[in-house]
Design a protein around this ligand. Structure first.
Ligand code: TPP
Length: 638
């Protein structure tokens, strides 16, 4: 048995080494160090290479996304459809094997990783998603959802602050199906981890409520026993696997020089000879090794068929209905509120979210300890894992990485919430959501200097520009409740994009319009005059201000159009004829926004925006001070 396992592990090692050598770029060290673990993990993993979307599969996250030599070798060997040619094209243009694993690009990849630490939080998210769905669909006697979540991580992942946040949440929630395998090779790019970290990982995880196992990560029996123990555990488990980076790579074994550079032909040849492989062959896998790995296809098919059978048995009928309801959100069941009086958009947004939650059983989420301010509590919906309100604690980065994974889990529509200014703390996860095309909803309230007395630390200035610069990310800043509803209606249909709802702390007047479908195009003509010479564009709280400016100018016989732009990103995607119908030619274009505003120069001649940080004072005084008053704006237009 162990002779075969050794041959399988060495086959992975040399595929990875050959890939990096051929590409003349990549990371051979981690794949070679993890190869033994990967072989044993293959024996435990329940998955179906022919149906990577099977709901009850074990989830496998590679938090060290740089280990693509290992990842693609495994998906090739397991039979996910990658061919040897794809491995030869590693890191090349348009290949199926890019530098870091990309969800939706290569079959089997559960989530895009590369920014260290995020994968650990994603694994926590997959586990949390499974716990919620299991609570909805399992009964005491029958389980539809009973899979495990595995995550491979390295020193870098555990040095990242994000892993502390995420593992703390995992321990607190007793995520017993979560198994973190820590590739403890004590090497990062710059050298030994002794240079930068000296804490006791065992004690750290124990204090976070985890079970800790420690093994020799090159001993097949120890790996096997540890994984079996972890599967049976009632807590999340970390397996500290002591390994050698680039195991089997001769003089480079254990060296940080093997982390991220080709090993060199000579080293690879010597290593192959030492392992009893034919050194003249590259990208080669013996038939017996291939056959052993490809067992995954038959076993996976059997697993899924057994599960399908389970699903059809009588005691599960009710659970099946619950699962079907989660999987098929019916948006016609949402009874949207009507807003008739001035209200902060954080308030209207909270009411809309509650309406959505009442109609859509898969809608769930939480805030980083700000739900009373964000207005995101889902009333009468209970607390996670049974209910739909998740208490993330003050852990924004983990929160958004967790909701990324929850969204990819399958049947769930998650949201996460915080103050807009603290979106900084979760930006890396928002970026992955946009890059990957994950539909999750970011609720970001307290959207401008309108925050008032809390002062400049709490007043977002550059954030709208930052998130509008992110491709495939849609930032909504509604001007009132009706626009807020349009924003949600549009965002719910955008299943391949994250959407953010940037909402005011302060009350905003109801605009003089009925619910306007045009908001779904990002921007629309809210109020227009025959022969207008000026077009005012604004979002959120500045729309009402623009209307007041128009009123004053109208009194001076100046004709003005006001364009409300609840979603700048969508607006600039509209075709030229739509844009021309909204921003009339030969009008002086002016954008008004209590934010940095740099992106408005694409649409406007004059931009009235924030050039500095805000200040601590009542919001009304701040709008005056920073030039967001009718008089000040009219002066700037002239
Ligand atoms: C957030 C983040 N910072 C920096 C990097 C660059 N980086 C990639 S791998 C790595 C070292 C990781 O060390 P370890 O996890 O021990 O991996 P190993 O050396 O075992 O391959 C660094 C700093 C990154 N990918 N993500």
């Amino acid at each position: 048995m162990s002779v075969m396992r050794q041959k399988m592990a060495d086959s992975i090692r040399f595929l990875a080494a050959d890939m990096v050598q051929a590409a003349n770029s990549g990371h051979p060290g981690a794949p070679m160090g993890l190869a033994d673990i990967a072989v044993v993990l293959s024996e435990h993993l329940n998955h179906n290479p022919k149906n990577p979307e099977w709901l009850n599969r074990d989830r496998l996250v590679f938090s060290g996304g740089h280990a693509t030599g290992l990842i693609y070798s495994l998906y090739y060997l397991w039979g996910y459809g990658l061919e040897i040619e794809d491995l030869k094209n590693f890191r090349q243009l348009d290949s199926l094997t890019p530098g870091h694993p990309e969800f939706g690009h290569t079959k089997g990849i559960e989530i895009t990783t590369g920014p260290l630490g995020q994968g650990v939080a994603n694994a926590v998210g997959f586990s949390m998603a499974s716990k919620f769905v299991a609570n909805q669909v399992n009964s005491e006697t029958a389980a539809l959802i009973d899979h495990n979540v595995y995550c491979l991580c390295g020193d870098g992942d555990l040095e990242e602050g994000l892993s502390y946040e995420a593992c703390s949440i995992a321990g607190h929630n007793k995520l017993d199906n979560l198994i973190l395998i820590y590739d403890s090779n004590k090497i990062t790019i710059e050298g030994s981890t002794e240079l930068s970290i000296s804490e006791n990982i065992r004690m750290r995880f124990e204090s976070q409520g985890w079970d800790v196992l420690e093994i020799d990560g090159h001993d097949f029996e120890e790996i096997d026993t540890a994984i079996a123990t972890a599967k049976a555990n009632t807590k999340p488990t970390i397996i500290i696997a002591n390994t050698l980076i680039a195991k089997g790579a001769g003089k480079l074994e254990g060296s940080h020089h093997a982390h991220g550079a080709p090993l060199g032909d000579d080293v690879i040849k010597e290593a192959k000879i030492k392992a009893g492989f034919d050194a003249s062959k590259t990208f080669h896998v013996d038939a017996d090794v291939m056959a052993r790995f490809r067992v995954a296809i038959e076993e996976g098919d059997l697993c899924e068929r057994e599960w399908n059978h389970r699903q059809k048995t009588l005691p599960l009928m009710e659970q099946n209905e619950a699962l079907t309801a989660l999987q098929n959100p019916d948006f016609s069941r949402i009874d949207y509120p009507v807003f008739e009086k001035a209200e902060a958009t954080r308030g209207t947004n909270g009411k809309i979210m509650n309406a959505i939650a009442r109609g859509i059983p898969s809608f769930l989420g939480g805030s980083a300890d700000l739900s009373p301010s964000n207005k995101t509590n889902l009333n009468d919906m209970g607390i996670f894992p049974k209910g739909r309100n998740i208490y993330f604690g003050i852990r924004e980065h983990a929160m958004a990485s967790i909701t990324n994974a929850m969204a990819l889990y399958g049947p769930l529509m998650p949201f996460s919430a915080t103050f807009f200014v603290f979106s900084d703390y979760l930006k890396p996860a928002a970026r992955i959501a946009a890059l990957t095309g994950i539909q999750q909803f970011f609720i970001w309230t307290h959207d401008s200097i309108g925050v008032g007395e809390d002062g400049p630390t709490h007043q977002p200035i550059e954030h709208l520009s930052q998130f509008r610069a992110l491709p495939n990310f849609y930032v909504w800043r509604p001007a009132d409740g009706a626009e807020n509803i349009e924003a949600w209606k549009t965002a719910l249909t955008m299943t391949k994009s994250p959407s953010a709802f940037v909402c005011s702390r302060q009350n905003l007047a109801v605009l003089p319009h009925a619910v306007r479908g045009e908001a779904s195009q990002g921007g629309y003509l809210l109020s227009s005059d025959e022969g207008a010479t000026i077009t005012l564009m604004a979002s959120g709280s500045e729309v009402a201000l623009a209307l007041k400016v128009k009123e004053t100018l109208n009194a001076k016989d100046v004709a003005v159009n006001v364009v409300s732009v609840p979603c700048y990103d969508l607006f600039i995607e509209q075709d030229a004829s739509y844009m021309k119908s909204i921003i009339k030619e030969n009008t002086k274009t002016v954008a008004i926004e209590a934010a940095r505003g740099l992106e408005w120069y694409r649409l406007a001649d004059t931009v009235i925006a924030m050039d500095t940080f805000g200040a601590s004072a009542p919001a009304g005084q701040l709008f005056e001070k920073f030039g967001f008053s009718v008089d000040s704006i009219i002066k700037k237009i002239n």
